[in-house]
Design a protein around this ligand. Sequence first.
Ligand code: SF4
Length: 345
Amino acid sequence: MKIHTGLHVSRVFFEENALHYPLGNQILQRVQKAGLDVQYLKSHNRVTGIPGKNPREAFFEGKNSLVIGVRKGLDFAGCKPSAHFQLPLITGCPGICEYCYLNTNLGGKPYIRIYINIEDILSQAANYIEERRPQTTTFEASAVGDPVAIEELSGTLAASILFFADQDLGRLRIATKYPCPPSLLDLVHKGHTRIRYTVNSESIIQRYEHRTPPLGTRLTALKELIHHDYPVGIMIAPIFLEGDWQSEYRQLLETVRRELPEASVPDLHFEVISHRFTSKAHRVIDQVFPHHTLPIDEKTGRMFKYGQFGYGKYLYNTGQLAEMRDFFSSNIARLFPEAHVEYII
Ligand code: SF4
């Protein structure tokens, strides 16, 4: 059953403790109203009952499963380069992007999980903000999933945006490919939440980003946010330096420019991220998408580098990355002289 744009749910699991929280009960009512089958669990970390006879089936059944749980550990992970900390509201995403970084860190059945103890999570965010005073502390809500795709059901982004509106030294960042539900648009955000749309060239979207909105829908959603005075951004990721990538990405930047007239976006930010992969991701992708065409051959000139979480990744080589940086910095400066480029990596 489809209960929100992009969110296909076949089954819902509730951790029993989740029903001790008001939000847990609200979500239960919403899923029951949608006619979904609900099962109960002792712990949201031990989910049994998602079918899957092989890795591919397990992956897709996981994507269609929703788990409602209570987040117990309240330490937040770091989130370089986009923010100081992750804000753990959800894990997972209904999208099926073949290259997705989540394909390896959410297990073989990558279900979507909503944490319902939002008061505890935001109170911990307040502690981190206090500890870093007088510096400003930023939190990324999209580090391990796409919370916008699930917001209509969870409501935790709305609560977070209202919380951050009241923080003089706390800022929230959200990245998504999905249109924001109306419940987010009219909130009092005081400019403390920046929402970025992840985009890519038309051919990459069509080839690899299944079950996600097309580019035009993402840009329309971005314009809607600008209309509601949200600080916004464009995240171009992941960048594939293959074939005639310059003309594909030039076309993308020109499309974005046409859609966002200069005067309408006084504070546009860009983040630009090249594609990278791990050997483990390569193995999972081969199992789940046996006919994929992703350029993920470890032996074709990529460079190997250890990342912030201690495992190695294959990046494009130094020369390719330098060429990419030149290309994006000059084209963004040419087309968006008013914009701020946060990083090109
Ligand atoms: Fe992963 Fe983002 Fe695609 Fe969701 S939309 S599958 S989080 S890359």
